[in-house]
Design a protein around this ligand. Sequence first.
Ligand SMILES: [Zn+2]
Length: 291
Amino acid sequence: MTHNPDPYLPPPRFQWPDGKRCAVMICFDVDGETTALSEDPALATRMTTMSQCEYGPTIGVPRLLGLIDYLDVPATFFIPSYIAQHHPRMTQAIVSSGHEIGAHGHLHEKLNTLTPAEEKAILEKSLGILEEVSGTTIEGFRAPWFEINPGTPDLLVEHNLLYNASMMSDDVPFQHPNGLVEIPGQWLLEDWEQFAFNADPAWGFIPEDCDKVFQLWWQEFMAMRDFGCCFVLTLHPWLSGRPSRVRLLERLIREIQATGDAWFCRGKELAQWVREHPDYRREINFDVLPS
Ligand SMILES: [Zn+2]
């Protein structure tokens, strides 16, 4: 076999609008105080731990909103309904800037700890609160900790949701048998693993250097662009709303924009595109390997 100096470039996994090479969905999971409260309600009296979580909705979100509005990038904010209830002005500011609100539990409950009846009740409660506070129709769901149950896709369709953004089995969207669009993510494109730290309770790791994180995410974007994938970046405002990380996001978005190859979209536009163009998806399996 002769050595081929060119990189391996299979056909794009999906045909994106306007001939773009890559879809880019910027997600903010605004967990705020539920980061602590969903772990242990007794943490409510741990004022410093709670204040670190509260930094997300109160300082991180307005700062990040300012950045993405300045860069003219649409985003999707998955918000536990407890947070929307306690930060209504934040929720309304997100909507009035043209971004999308998606469901993310009430108190950021782990779905695998719930009975089907409990999961249904929490979904209904969260949708009711989010729609009332935001004045929008909720079309998307991101499971807390990304973890869903076997019955979750049917539950989401029964409640008229268009898409789920919780699984990790692909790098372009697909449709569940019931028609629900899945927008898969991955831990590589998450800020928790890079930046989270709390002493007690012990969360996260040693916070990473932003230059290292830029390289990590930029390299994944550039390769996803080559492969025609969907770049789903998941950020938590209590982590990524800190000043040097806002600069990191600014740098990343500007570099992606400069390629001219990225379709920046909210979850609902992405899901609608997938639903309207299922044949634009290029399958990867043993049956379609070139012979
Ligand atoms: Zn979350």
